[in-house]
Design a protein. Structure first.
Lengths: 127, 127
DNA sequence: TTAATTATTGTTATATTATAACATTATGTA
DNA sequence: TACATAATGTTATAATATAACAATAATTAA
């Protein structure tokens, strides 16, 4: 169950068709009484933790999870268009199986991964 | 050929055994006459571009490239210990082959990827 | 159902990370 | 030389994120 602020902020992120930044969220929710960055960041932290949203690390922005496979944000993959900045979550069972089973030679036990692919989306590559 | 500032900053990063942040680099190079953040960021941008260093996106920090396989920073993978924050670059031919050949269903042509694994390193997992 | 605990909220201030804009100097190249 | 390109220096400021403290709401255990 999401709290009031968490719900407000999740709704904004879900409605946005593109990744959205913390301060842009803040701007959008000020009319709803959320006035301070920290209120936004706290909700974001929680939403990331429970897997409702993901952070696109290379862009400092947030998207709603579109994928039932990335259990609680433990395994995420995105494609990012370097021209239009469109981001989409990759849902590919072979890929996620491969990465989950990947074990580094150093013997580290992985709990989580994040993968970001960069290139040109279909639209931008014909331009 | 690296320029003066690029060389100074690359040397700092290479000597550091751990990822280092921009303002920590700035602090380290002030005695060498580099006074402003922008001087550091410009050198960092260039060093990333030519593949001498990589940015650890989830940590906003930088490491020297240890891997001849990530041609000009196009294909990078790291393991990150969530306890001690040790970062090491993963050099695994099968992994990089797999990811380079990965093509998203959306038809995007990838030019680059960055993968970050999180977990506990050997040392931290026995603690 | 009270008491204790934990999660959430509100608020101000501040820390951290990064870039804009402009002027100058150095380096490479036709 | 003249031209182009890359690198530098500098001031100011933008953008991203957290510290610290106080209050309130929700959950759980006795």
């Amino acid at each position: 169950m999401l709290s009031k602020n968490q719900q407000i902020i999740f709704d904004i992120i879900e409605k946005a068709k593109e990744p959205i930044k913390a301060y842009s969220i803040l701007f959008n929710v000020q009319k709803k009484g959320i006035k301070a960055p920290l209120q936004v960041y706290r909700a974001l932290d929680k939403l990331v933790e429970i897997g409702k949203i993901h952070k696109i690390e290379s862009r400092n922005s947030f998207v709603a999870c579109k994928n039932s496979n990335c259990q609680i944000s433990k395994a995420t993959a995105f494609s990012i268009c370097e021209s239009c900045e469109e981001v989409s979550e990759i849902s590919d069972n072979k890929l996620s199986k491969y990465l989950k089973s990947f074990q580094n030679k150093a013997g580290m036990k992985f709990k989580k991964y994040n993968l970001e692919f960069f290139g040109l989306c279909k639209k931008c590559s014909v331009k």
